[in-house]
Design a protein around this ligand. Structure first.
Ligand code: HEC
Ligand code: HEC
Ligand code: HEC
Ligand code: HEC
Ligand code: HEC
Ligand code: HEC
Length: 426
């Protein structure tokens, strides 16, 4: 009897031990990063030259295992005596690395492990169907771990209750028939709570997503192909959407902008166009539709007469394009701030428009989408020494000092307030 109990206790103890070990490891890795930031990051980057050399790959360069401790403790002495140290110094002189005799061997190990493990932040995917960059996400691992632990706990509880039953029987204590686990109130309650949690999570996420319309691709009154215009014929986006440079809205061009070219271009002779569902599009017929909207007579090559005296050619009317991108009314978004000031490409937000037959919404336009980009993107920060960058940002004294002292190498939109509610919400 007691033998079983011992086994169970052992299982418990090993589980606990494993848990502690994994926590311990995390603490160590974090230490390496902190030590790195505090001592080395002013001059080094793991993967790029800075004031000192990029450190990744150091193991293959240095002469032996012990070298690193001696070097970190006293670089000047090493440069004087060690051939490899001298060769590095020759490349980086006159800067001499400061010595860190206070760092213990384990601490140097932790720092160098951080350097070895360092992964540059995943590059932003420019196109690629809007797939988010794969993140180092541990939640799946934790989920599986939790599940395994839950199952183990459940089995142990069952074993425990069986053992209790056996020992009770042996000692002659009489108890009522035990409740099977599926009728046990505690289990049922736990089950309900879990279901409630999962259900709530999906309901709330669904509710937040209401009104979002990623991939929305309505049928337009004219099959107007961005691929033909912006792609094949290389017409600049700003020729039609000049507002993106100068104002809040990018604007949709009016009919007369189309007619600048289409008074002359009256048929389509390019590569055959097919819609996504496979139906062919007759480009020339689509251009005729444009003429009908413009009140243009392609035979006489003239606008229709204005017999009803309303100031426009008879039959002319605006094209009722279906708006694809729609932010809710409580959000303020300004194109010129992003295109002209922030130097963002149209494609970052709208996808490869120049390859789209019909435009579809590439990004989900969620709040998280805006905020993530503001956290990652750098502003064109004014550099006092070279005089380059956006002069507006000469006012942020603190950031200028931090950059000078190498505490900061760039300023993100978040730092200038790009995640404050009132910047985006009316
Ligand atoms: C004041 C700037 C500065 C700091 C701080 C600094 N280094 Fe250096 N480090 C350098 C320079 C410069 C060199 C190139 C050799 C020279 O000129 O002294 C270098 C070289 C090295 C090298 C040799 C690189 C190679 O390619 O073989 C290693 C390793 C190194 N540093 C590790 C560290 C570690 C670890 C820290 C933090 C504990 C640190 N450094 C802090 C400036 C610095
Ligand atoms: C010759 C004029 C023209 C050019 C050049 C042009 N567009 Fe357009 N664009 C239009 C018209 C007309 C519409 C409305 C019809 C539609 O949605 O397809 C439109 C729609 C759009 C939309 C969707 C607007 C909405 O309803 O939400 C986006 C985004 C867009 N264009 C981006 C671009 C980008 C990026 C470029 C350059 C690669 C570009 N356009 C080049 C004429 C043009
Ligand atoms: C930072 C992301 C971002 C960039 C960069 C961007 N747009 Fe937009 N664009 C949006 C958002 C968000 C909307 C929806 C605006 C709304 O509903 O008020 C939009 C809407 C549009 C529209 C629909 C009309 C309008 O103004 O609401 C067009 C056309 C358009 N963009 C074209 C462009 C072009 C052309 C460029 C490049 C010169 C560009 N955009 C760059 C995010 C962006
Ligand atoms: C800068 C000149 C220019 C402007 C502005 C322009 N187009 Fe075009 N358009 C062309 C050219 C060039 C072709 C391709 C002709 C060919 O390949 O034979 C074309 C082709 C077309 C076609 C047939 C192919 C397709 O996309 O279905 C349509 C329809 C069309 N344009 C509509 C429009 C509309 C609507 C506008 C205004 C929003 C417009 N165009 C503005 C130059 C222009
Ligand atoms: C592709 C990256 C990107 C996306 C997506 C993006 N932004 Fe931005 N945004 C920027 C950059 C870069 C700036 C900084 C421009 C500058 O230098 O002032 C900026 C600046 C702003 C500012 C001015 C902030 C300030 O402090 O002056 C507002 C407001 C803003 N964005 C709103 C939005 C909204 C709303 C969305 C989502 C609909 C959005 N942005 C999506 C890159 C982005
Ligand atoms: C960079 C721009 C930006 C900033 C900063 C921002 N929001 Fe938003 N917010 C948005 C956009 C865009 C939406 C629309 C999302 C959608 O349509 O799903 C939104 C939607 C919302 C909604 C409606 C619920 C939803 O998700 O649709 C609430 C509530 C909200 N924001 C609150 C806040 C609060 C509180 C803050 C400050 C902590 C904040 N926002 C900061 C851009 C921003």
């Amino acid at each position: 009897m007691s033998r079983y109990r011992k086994i169970i206790n052992r299982i418990f103890a090993s589980c606990l031990f494993l848990l502690l070990v994994s926590v311990q490891n995390n603490v160590k890795a974090a230490d390496g990063e902190a030590l790195w930031k505090a001592n080395c990051a002013n001059c080094h980057k793991p993967d790029a030259d800075y004031t000192g050399p990029a450190l990744k790959g150091w193991r293959d360069r240095v002469p032996n295992e012990e070298w690193i401790y001696k070097w970190v403790a006293n670089p000047a002495a090493m440069i004087a005596t060690d051939a490899y140290a001298k060769s590095v110094f020759e490349k980086w002189k006159p800067t001499v690395m400061t010595g860190f005799s206070n760092l213990k061997k384990e601490e140097v190990d932790a720092i160098m492990k951080y350097v070895d493990d360092y992964q540059p932040p995943a590059p932003k995917t420019a196109a690629g169907g809007g797939a988010a960059a794969p993140e180092t996400d541990n939640s799946l691992l934790f989920g599986i771990l939790t599940l395994v632990l839950a199952v183990v706990a459940f089995i142990l509880l069952q074993v425990n209750s069986n053992l209790r039953k056996l020992s009770d029987e042996k000692e002659g204590v009489l108890r009522g028939e035990p409740v099977p686990f599926y009728r046990n109130k505690a289990y049922i309650m736990a089950g309900i709570l879990v279901l409630f949690g999962i259900g709530g999570y999906y309901t709330i996420n669904g509710a937040i997503g209401l009104g979002r319309q990623k991939d929305y691709q309505p049928e337009q009154p004219i099959y107007y192909s961005h691929k033909v215009h912006a792609g094949v014929n290389q017409i600049n986006c700003l020729y039609c959407h000049g507002g993106a440079q100068d104002g809040k809205h990018a604007n949709i061009p009016s009919v007369n902008v189309c007619m600048n070219c289409h008074m002359a271009v009256n048929e389509y002779k390019g590569d055959p166009i097919v819609k996504e569902d496979g139906t062919p599009v007759d480009g020339t017929a689509e251009i005729q539709k444009l003429y009908s909207y413009a009140g243009w007579n392609p035979k006489t090559k003239q606008y229709n007469p204005d017999n009803n005296n309303d100031g426009i050619p008879d039959g002319a009317r605006p094209i009722e394009w279906v708006k694809i991108h729609n932010l809710p009314d409580h959000v303020y978004f300004n194109h010129s701030q992003h295109v002209k000031v922030g130097k963002q490409n149209c494609q970052t937000c709208h996808g490869n428009i120049q390859e789209m037959g019909e435009v579809y919404q590439f990004s989900d336009l969620s709040m998280g989408w805006c905020i993530n980009c503001h956290r990652e993107s750098k502003v064109d920060f004014f550099n006092k020494e070279t005089g380059e960058g956006n002069k507006f940002y000469s006012i942020y004294e603190k950031f200028h000092n931090d950059i000078k002292n190498h505490k900061l190498d760039s300023v993100t939109v978040e730092k200038i307030g790009g995640t404050e509610c009132q910047k985006c919400h009316y």
